[in-house]
Design a protein around this ligand. Structure first.
Ligand SMILES: Nc1ncnc2c1ncn2[C@@H]1O[C@H](COP(=O)(O)OP(=O)(O)OP(=O)(O)O)[C@@H](O)[C@H]1O
Ligand SMILES: Nc1ccn([C@@H]2O[C@H](COP(=O)(O)O)[C@@H](O)[C@H]2O)c(=O)n1
Ligand SMILES: [Mg+2]
Length: 258
């Protein structure tokens, strides 16, 4: 078990406990000192390398069509985080006709949630093979089951959780005008997605609110107006995000640190 011992920022809880995973062990270097994750006193001598650091993770929550993907593009442009959309990863499985492709397609068509194990493993693969140490995980966790599975399999907690709060009528209008050929962009599926969002995503939102990690953004207005609310959330982390460089033993792009 790893414990985050250094203080992060006044805005973020410094007492979150993390469990060690292969994924965490893969991160040798990452964001600035203030994000370091160290082995706590009683765990010294456990054989684990001390001072291994965790990546900077932002979860992006919000109902269907609330503008998560749109705002993620702007965050990427400004702060250089790596965007991982859970929905895009699932759609890629469908397009590639993988063994889970048909099952995923049927669930997405029906607005239902794909088993957490499947989604988390896709995210884990991207996280482990990435050369980045700062991630925006969009459309995840959708459920408490998603959240717990990520903690168990990946072994990391988010540093920031964004919630794009948008009225249902606005989300419906946006989705029906999206025109990207998505199988779930129709009124029947949209109604189901909204119900599932209310029932299953709200508890996740409440969970992070109670942990002091949730930033609620009013998602009505122009894209730029909404981004103006997002900017100050990342500003305190800007220096760390700039310095962030990761040593990933699996990545051929990174020199060995030893
Ligand atoms: N502030 C905004 N005002 C009007 N339209 C917007 C705004 N933000 C995004 N849109 C448009 O609304 C649609 C949905 O946006 P986006 O795809 O970013 O939402 P999302 O939250 O990622 O949805 P989903 O969960 O379905 O993937 C897109 O066509 C996008 O261009
Ligand atoms: N954690 C997730 C994320 C998505 N899904 C399924 O994909 C659909 C589309 O997701 P978007 O984020 O692109 O809107 C969503 O309705 C779910 O069917 C999922 O199961 N789990
Ligand atoms: Mg999206």
């Amino acid at each position: 078990m790893w414990r985050r011992v250094a203080s992060l920022s006044p805005m973020v809880s410094s007492s979150s406990t993390r469990s060690l995973s292969r994924y965490q062990a893969a991160f040798g270097l990452s964001v600035g000192e203030s994000f370091s994750t160290e082995i706590s006193k009683q765990e010294e001598g456990s054989g684990l390398r001390p001072k291994e650091k965790a990546p900077f993770i932002t979860f992006v929550l919000g109902g269907p069509g609330s503008g998560k993907g749109t705002q993620c593009e702007k965050i990427v442009e400004t702060f250089g985080l790596t965007h991982l959309s859970a929905g895009d990863l699932l759609r890629r499985e469908i397009a590639m006709h993988t063994k889970n492709g048909d099952m995923i397609l049927n669930l997405i068509k029906d607005g239902k949630i794909v088993p957490s194990e499947v989604t988390v493993k896709l995210l884990q693969k991207e996280l482990e093979s990435s050369n980045s140490s700062k991630f925006l995980i969009d459309g995840f966790p959708r459920t408490e089951e998603n959240r717990v599975a990520f903690e168990r399999i990946v072994g990391a907690d988010p540093d920031v959780v964004l919630f794009f709060d948008c009225p249902e009528e606005e989300m419906v209008t946006r989705v029906l005008n999206r025109n990207q050929g998505r199988v779930d962009d129709n009124i029947t599926t949209m109604k189901k997605r909204l119900k599932i969002f209310e029932a299953l995503n709200r508890p996740v939102i409440d969970y992070y609110k109670n942990k002091g990690k949730l930033y609620t953004i009013n998602a009505v207005g122009t894209v730029d107006d909404i981004f103006k609310q997002v900017l100050p959330i990342f500003t305190p982390f800007e220096e760390q995000l700039k310095q962030s460089r990761r040593v990933n033993p699996k990545s051929p792009l990174v020199e060995n640190s030893s």
